[in-house]
Design a protein around this ligand. Structure first.
Ligand code: PLP
Length: 392
């Protein structure tokens, strides 16, 4: 029997990480363990307080039972309490919050509830792949909006053609931004919301990195407006809980209700004992502060080494990455390959591999490499020594 994947699936290229993987394998075969800044998965252990809460939750919930799709009320109340403390905002746990199995699934699936065939979805580029992929699977049309250093990696709404804006149904924002580490202020959010209001566009704000910041705590778009807005957040990065698969959406009750309907049809709830652990995680800020300090230290070590090597200063304000401009005359892949040389052995992600070309062909990720600040402080120091010895 000839098995053929759907046209939709075939249309999606596989990630082009093979070349880097091959080089990494070659290094390993020579007995060299590269320092891996490739994938943004926190390597620190999930705090003990959270692990203990899972164990207690397992006992408390001896009978398995399907978990609540929208999240136990206790979990939703814990989210509402945290949002009140963190942003000074009131969100109603009954109508304005739903749990998610982490943001990825929620981001991807949300399109199913909003996008009709042919609707345009505005996606920042570079940007998190499920914005584009979710739009495509819902038979929408992703439109890539390049974000660039000269605009502080904020979207320039004047660049979006009128006919595109009129056909747009949904727009993704992502601040603190991955991969650039840029943050958005009230002025930017007002601009975004004015644009969305003018063209009747729903705003989906991915705030997954809201707690990894190095200056003042960034605001949420909900500090500016709730109507027509759905925020996606998760405990993956805040509390090093990527493996637990727990997050939430919050915002306009109509959008929360659409999300809940999609969710009950597509996936399931996060296990209740994980929801217990998430509530415990939200009750503690000490571990979050400690993570922030660790990321700050790693950021400073790496960025000063890059500057010492002669590269442009790209020190981020937030998030888990250093989005580094490559040396003049080199491509993203050239620089990532140079860093993989035997004596350096540092893995990064070439920027053009994590961004999609915009309408005019521009790939805003070209000319950058991404360092995810996930190796230990000791390995980051070692990487810093190797990088600062380079003369670029
Ligand atoms: C920009 C952005 N949004 C959302 C997520 C999703 O995280 P999770 O599904 O673990 O909540 C990630 C993960 O890397 C991300 O980089």
């Amino acid at each position: 029997m000839k098995i053929e994947a759907s046209e939709r699936l075939r249309g999606i290229g596989s990630y082009a990480f093979a070349e880097v993987d091959k080089k990494v394998e070659e290094l390993k075969a020579k007995g060299i363990t590269p320092i891996d800044f490739g994938v943004g998965d926190p390597s620190a252990p999930t705090p003990r307080l959270i692990r203990r809460a899972v164990a207690a939750g397992l006992e408390r919930r001896k009978s398995s039972g399907y978990p609540s799709y929208i999240g136990e009320l206790e979990f939703r109340e814990a989210v509402a309490g945290w949002v009140e403390r963190r942003y000074g905002l009131t969100v109603d746990p009954q109508k304005e919050i739903s749990s998610t199995i982490g943001s990825k699934e929620a981001v991807f699936n949300f399109h199913e509830g909003i996008v009709d065939p042919g609707d345009i979805v505005l996606c920042p580029s570079p940007g998190y792949p499920p914005y584009t992929r979710g739009a495509l699977f819902a038979e929408g049309v992703p439109y890539q909006v390049p974000i660039r250093k000269e605009n502080g990696f904020l979207i320039d709404f004047s660049e979006i053609p009128e006919e595109v804006a009129r056909k747009a149904k949904l727009m993704w924002l992502n601040y603190p931004n991955s991969p650039s580490g840029a943050t958005a202020d009230e002025t930017f959010y007002r601009e975004a919301l004015d644009f969305a209001g003018k063209y009747d566009v729903i705003v989906a704000s991915d705030e997954a990195y809201s707690e990894i910041y190095f200056g003042a705590a960034p605001i949420s778009i909900l500090n500016v407006q709730k109507e027509g807005v759905l925020v996606f957040n998760s405990l993956s990065k805040r509390s090093a809980m990527t493996g637990y698969r727990i997050g939430w959406v919050m915002g306009d009750p109509e959008l929360v209700s659409v999300f809940r309907k999609v969710k009950t049809n597509i996936d399931s709830g996060t296990p209740s004992f994980i929801q217990d652990a998430a509530a415990a995680a939200l009750s503690d800020e000490e571990h979050v502060e400690a993570f922030r300090e660790e990321y700050r230290l790693k950021r400073d070590i790496l960025c000063s080494a890059l500057v010492a090597a002669g590269l442009e200063d790209c020190t981020p304000q937030a998030a888990l990455y250093v989005w580094q401009k490559v040396p003049e005359g080199m491509s993203s892949l050239d620089f990532a390959t140079l860093l993989l040389a035997e004596k350096i052995a540092i893995v990064t992600t070439p920027g053009n591999w994590i961004s999609e070309p915009a309408a005019g062909g521009e790939n805003a990720g070209e000319g950058y490499v991404r360092f995810a600040l996930v190796p230990s402080i000791q390995d980051t120091r070692l990487a810093g020594e190797r990088i600062s010895a380079l003369q670029l």
